[in-house]
Ligand binder design. Structure first.
Ligand SMILES: *Cc1c(COP(=O)(O)O)cnc(C)c1O
Length: 403
């Protein structure tokens, strides 16, 4: 069985050792390999991009974008992360269990019944409203703790954050309420990779607010705005903290705005995704394949049944559309993707055998299927593909030994 518990370097070494055993590998029907060396190198590229004085807040929400939160947190702690960003307190707790005392920013809103726990964990909350600020202040006084608050400014994302017209009043509240420390001020781009003009407008609004903070003599330790796309498009305006998610995992966000500055080297995808061939069969012209008979063989063809389906996170949207790699060749999905099995056309693949590995995301020979390309074939984005890989898919870690 693939290892599922434990943390830190010892754990990573154990996984690598287990991987040497082909018996372990044989047990896999559908698994993801996470290349920790790639993650480490991606973080180094990010560090190179922003320089030594900007802190890197790595976003590890949604099980570290499907890569496995504990293992990724352990690796990132050893690779130059300064702060972690999470979407809920369970994720924060998991990180603090790996490394006590790490700074963690809760990117989501805190529910009223989570405020005490957030304070006990020492997580930095995001505050968008006076009510949230008051709730944290009250709880902090009661528990005799200090809440290190990040005030979020809505400069155009229209999700969390205080409206520009109310931002100054909220910041004044945070500065005055007992038990609160104004630790950060931040905003979030709505379209950093695609709409340069709107991103500039958002940055101008944010900068106006920062100028006002300077004028009233308030120094805020952490100022941040840049997600992955902004990091690529927006050299020189990273404030003093950046918040990359996707790029940490080596996946490029869609970029219509162009990548500014010197080419920063190659981000390498950390995750590859595999399954196996469970059955190979010849089908006759006219044969209907899979539920609903949406594919009818026009000729004699060879079809492989793969050991992965939407129950593993291989979206049904890929029916009759997506491609996998087998023996270095692209093979198209035929018929509907089902819960546990998917059919592909392998008529053109020589020497194919039951048990062969099929690549769902990753490289084989000179071919590659990226998370972004797979997402496009499903009509979605790489973020959803990665976070959609289900619990049934074993995560296997490589490259931990050097950590
Ligand atoms: C998820 C998230 C990020 C990371 O975004 P990427 O596009 O994956 O780099 C950064 N900031 C906030 C507020 C987020 O919610």
């Amino acid at each position: 069985m693939p290892p599922t518990a434990g943390t830190g370097a010892e754990f990573l070494a154990g996984v690598s050792a287990a991987l040497q055993s082909s018996a372990v590998k044989q047990a896999y029907r559908c698994w993801a390999e996470i290349d920790l060396t790639a993650l480490r190198e991606n973080l180094a590229l990010l560090r190179n991009r922003v320089g030594p004085s900007v802190r890197i807040l790595t976003v590890v929400k949604a099980d570290a974008y499907g890569h496995g939160l504990k293992q990724i947190a352990a690796l990132l702690m050893q690779s130059g992360t300064d702060i972690f960003g999470v979407a809920n307190l369970g994720e924060a707790e998991a990180i603090l269990n790996v490394g006590r005392g790490w700074p963690v920013l809760m990117l989501g809103a805190s529910l009223p019944d989570e405020i005490e726990l957030a304070l006990r964990l020492g997580v930095m909350p995001t505050v968008s409203s006076r009510e949230e600020a008051q709730a944290f202040s009250g709880a902090a006084v009661r528990l005799q703790k200090r809440a290190k608050v990040h005030v979020k400014i809505d400069t155009g994302m229209g999700r969390l954050g205080v409206a520009m017209k109310d931002a100054r009043a909220l910041i004044r509240d945070v500065l005055q309420l007992p038990g609160l420390v104004l630790e950060g001020v931040y905003t979030h781009y709505a379209d950093a990779g695609e709409d340069l003009a709107f991103s500039r407008l958002q940055r101008r609004r944010f900068s106006d607010l920062l100028r006002w903070l300077g004028q009233i003599g308030v120094r805020v330790p952490m100022i941040h705005a840049s997600n992955s796309a902004a990091l690529l498009s927006d050299a020189g305006s990273h404030f003093n903290v950046v918040r990359p998610g996707l790029l940490v995992y080596g996946v490029m966000p869609p970029m219509r705005t162009g990548i500014s500055g010197a080419v920063i080297g190659r981000f390498r995808p950390a995750l590859s995704w595999f399954c196996r061939i469970g059955l190979i069969k010849e089908v006759e012209p006219g044969a209907r394949l899979s539920y609903g008979g949406t594919f009818v063989a026009a000729r004699k063809m060879r079809v492989a049944v793969l050991t992965a389906g939407y129950g593993d996170g291989y979206f049904r949207a890929g029916s009759n559309r997506s491609e996998v790699l087998i023996r270095g060749r692209r093979c198209r999905v035929v018929g509907r993707v089902t819960m546990d099995q998917t059919l592909v056309d392998v008529s053109e693949v020589d020497g194919i055998e039951v048990g062969d590995v099929a690549v769902l995301i990753g490289r084989q020979g000179d071919q590659e299927i990226t998370a972004t390309a797979l997402a496009e074939s499903w009509g979605t984005i790489a973020w959803e593909v990665l976070t959609g890989i289900t619990y049934r898919v074993a995560r296997v870690y490589r490259g931990g030994e050097a950590a």
